[in-house]
Design a binder for this molecule. Structure first.
Ligand code: NAD
Ligand code: MG
Length: 386
């Protein structure tokens, strides 16, 4: 029987790659719902192509536009944040959580409560509410499969039955477009330069995060919630070729790594077919053509965002949620050309310094922390506006 699938964030980079794989296997998947933020045309076209039962646009002002874009198709149209959450809770066998930012938290929680398989790309949700998400998965029996390439690599190398044998997890980082740049040079980069990632084609927000190395910081926190090891067991090494996607070290000194072309369809396919494997059209790795793989330590002076995230991981409590919210505001301000590239980490740092909030114990408390941190970060960002 076809597996039922829902894609949250279907019009984005990860969502589109997921649809690409599904469309290559006609009959294997039955699409229940697709959701998007504002891109009505992209959403309606995708829903028609895969014959989705329902298409949901998060922006309520787009309801009529979506309904007319779907007219005659028999696909249900819905709009608004609540409708996205409802679609996430429709009980699909497999849900791709690919909304960007904390906006994906309520939908991913709804999917986890359904007790089925959730393929997780939306790292910000896990950073802000990791304990609540893993508790919800445990309570419902939902399976969380990591889609982020590093975490997918770790998942593939990790001995889940004997975690005591693992001594260290090493996440690789490409270093982003400014890996070798001085602080002076980075001070004047444009959003266009920051989103032009050397190896991966991704959404704007994660591309900026890759350029500041905040992405790797968020990923350290993500890894901590996905794999049962203490914070100090997670490390970062810069690897500019993005061929080794991450490594797992065992107590005997053995190190297992997963390698592959830098194409998100590989980890997405792993999650989509799990526990089987499916064929993909992705490029095969030719090590003789690559020739050399390089590794270097991350430079926390030039990339302070990574250090901020490491500190938030060690401190725990509300710190990761504050870090994430402040970063979302700072990155949006940079993409709007209101603040400079180096101001991103500075705004996050000042927000963390300004706020001392108790550890959130439920979802409402996470959103309170998130709101407070966004308010503070926005206030600080205005001081950075030239
Ligand atoms: P993207 O910007 O390309 O797409 C984001 C998707 O989320 C879109 O479908 C958009 O419509 C939807 N969305 C945005 N804001 C929303 C809101 N407020 N409410 C409802 N829906 C909303 O982003 P992406 O690059 O596909 O990344 C998605 C997530 O996956 C991010 O958390 C990112 O960190 C993670 N991720 C992405 C990649 C990648 O290669 N792109 C790799 C690893 C992890
Ligand atoms: Mg990643």
């Amino acid at each position: 029987m076809a597996r039922t699938v829902t894609i949250l964030g279907a019009t984005g980079s990860v969502g589109t790659s997921t649809l690409d794989l599904i469309e290559r296997q006609p009959g294997a998947y039955d699409v229940l719902a697709l959701t998007a933020h504002r891109d009505v045309d992209g959403l309606a076209a995708a829903a028609r192509r895969v014959g989705a039962k329902r298409a949901v646009i998060a922006d309520p002002a787009q309801f009529n536009a979506l309904r007319s874009a779907l007219s005659g198709s028999g696909i249900e149209a819905a709009a608004g944040e609540e409708a996205v959450v409802e679609a996430a809770g429709m009980g699909a066998d497999w849900t791709m959580a690919a909304i960007v930012g904390c906006a994906g938290l309520r939908p991913v929680m709804a999917a986890l409560r359904g007790g089925r398989t959730v393929a997780l790309a939306n790292k910000e949700a896990l950073v802000s509410a990791g304990d609540l998400m893993t508790d919800a998965a445990r309570a419902s029996g939902a399976r969380l499969l990591p889609v982020d390439s590093e975490h997918n690599a770790i998942f593939q190398c990790f001995d889940h039955d004997r975690p005591g044998g693992v001594s260290r997890v090493i996440l690789t980082a490409s270093g982003g477009p400014f890996r070798t740049w001085s602080r002076e040079a980075m001070a004047v980069v444009t959003p266009e330069q920051a989103v032009a990632h050397p190896n991966w084609s991704m959404g704007a927000k994660i591309s900026v995060d890759s350029a500041t190395l905040m992405n790797k910081g968020l990923e350290l926190i993500e890894a901590y919630h996905l794999f049962p090891l203490p914070p100090e067991a997670f490390e970062v090494v810069v690897h500019p070729q993005s061929v080794v996607h991450s490594l797992v070290e065992y107590v005997d000194g053995s190190v297992l790594a997963q390698l592959g072309a830098p194409d998100m369809r590989i980890p997405i396919a792993y999650a989509l077919a799990w526990p089987e494997r499916m064929a993909t059209p992705c490029a095969r790795l030719d090590l003789t053509r690559i020739g050399t793989l390089n590794f270097e330590a991350p430079d926390l002076d030039r990339f302070p965002a990574l250090g901020l995230a490491m500190a938030a991981l060690k401190a725990g409590g509300a710190r990761p949620a504050i870090l994430n919210a402040a970063n979302e505001i700072a990155v949006a301000s940079f993409l709007d050309r209101k603040v400079g590239f180096l101001d991103i980490a500075a705004i996050v740092q000042e927000t963390l310094d300004a706020l001392d909030l108790p550890a959130p114990s439920d979802l409402d408390a996470v959103f309170e922390v998130d709101r407070a941190a966004r308010g503070e970060a926005a206030r600080i960002a205005r001081e950075y506006c030239p």
